[in-house]
Design a protein around this ligand. Structure first.
Ligand code: FES
Length: 179
């Protein structure tokens, strides 16, 4: 069981979380709102274990529950993210419309080469890869809830429906060009 003395978060981050938790007290959806606000402020857009511990303590929520919420919702990250995120749906509708090829294409484009060991047979697994320069993170989700637009890719939180290798490539080129 964690105790306050085990939490090594910087004072400034603790103060921010205290403020967010205070603002959400008694409101519906508080837990999701708090996690979202705290993750958004993190420069690498993720929730560290220390952060989850602190939120658990402040909201009097079991850490296991927070962890379940953070792992259930695709929105939340438990590892540092690149500056840009390309998220590819691996749900059934998207899979049957070619999301696997999209994923391979994006990985090749970003230099996240496909290894023999993960080139097939693990389509149901969640994937999270970040380029060595921390510019891009590629991840997968089980379903965006936008199956009618399959295959669906989300680039920096913008949904791209009926995605093709070319359209996703263009999205990445546009981001690179803007750097
Ligand atoms: S299966 Fe891809 S959005 Fe639902």
């Amino acid at each position: 069981m964690s105790t306050p003395s085990q939490v090594p978060l910087p004072t400034e981050e603790q103060a921010y979380i205290d403020n967010v938790v205070g603002g959400w007290t008694g409101r519906p959806g508080a837990l999701l709102g708090i996690l979202e606000a705290v993750q958004e402020r993190n420069p690498h857009k993720y929730l560290s274990l220390e952060t989850l511990r602190y939120i658990a303590m402040k909201t009097r929520t079991p850490l296991s529950r927070l962890y379940s919420v953070a792992t259930f919702y695709a929105l939340f990250n438990l590892q540092p993210q690149g500056e840009n995120t390309v998220c590819i749906c691996r749900g059934t509708a998207c899979h049957t419309r070619g999301s696997r090829n999209l994923l391979q294409s994006v990985r090749l484009d970003l230099g996240l080469a496909v290894e023999d060991s993960d080139s097939d047979g693990n389509d149901a697994d969640k994937l999270l890869l970040t380029t060595p320069d921390q510019k891009f993170t590629v991840r997968t989700v089980a379903c965006f809830g936008q199956c009618a637009m399959a295959p669906v890719v989300e680039v920096n939180h913008r949904i791209c429906g009926h995605a093709t290798e070319r359209t996703v490539q263009r999205e990445i080129e546009t981001i690179r060009a803007g750097e």
